[in-house]
Design a binder for this molecule. Structure first.
Ligand SMILES: Cc1cc2nc3c(=O)[nH]c(=O)nc-3n(C[C@H](O)[C@H](O)[C@H](O)COP(=O)(O)OP(=O)(O)OC[C@H]3O[C@@H](n4cnc5c(N)ncnc54)[C@H](O)[C@@H]3O)c2cc1C
Length: 102
């Protein structure tokens, strides 16, 4: 049988989805922290000093490398944001204030 015909047969196999698998087996999860809750550096607006990335965020991506890439990218952006935030806190606060905020 020709490869194209085999491919057509495979694609024609009916698959009936009845339920999702458990979260332990999930490759990705839906839901998470809304982008509205974050500043431009992935810091929680209502919890300054807490940064989030990857699957913690409410974003859905197709599989095939995009999930990992987005996790690396948002993780890098959040880490840069955390460093900038710490530098800003150190520059503008007394040691006692810094100790309370960290
Ligand atoms: C089987 C499988 C195959 C996949 N294949 C692909 C693929 O081919 N391409 C792709 O792009 N993506 C793929 N993914 C998705 C990708 O791996 C995830 O989107 C990505 O790893 C999520 O990264 P994350 O850092 O957000 O979360 P995670 O990788 O889940 O990291 C969270 C970390 O936090 C730790 N943790 C949890 N709770 C606590 C706590 N209370 N205190 C301290 N630490 C804690 C966990 O132990 C874990 O190490 C796959 C996922 C699975 C499960």
């Amino acid at each position: 049988m020709a490869p194209a015909a085999i491919a057509a047969l495979i694609k024609a196999v009916p698959i009936r989805l009845t339920a999702t698998a458990s979260i332990e087996r999930a490759i990705s999860t839906a839901g998470g922290i809304a982008f509205d809750e974050l500043d431009l550096h992935f810091m929680l607006r209502h919890l300054p000093g807490v940064f989030v990335a990857g699957e913690m965020l409410d974003w859905e991506a197709p599989t095939g490398g995009y999930l990992l890439q987005a996790c690396f990218s948002t993780g890098t952006a959040a880490a840069k944001g955390a460093i900038e935030w710490l530098e800003e806190v150190r520059a503008n606060s007394s040691p006692a204030v810094i100790a309370r905020r960290l």
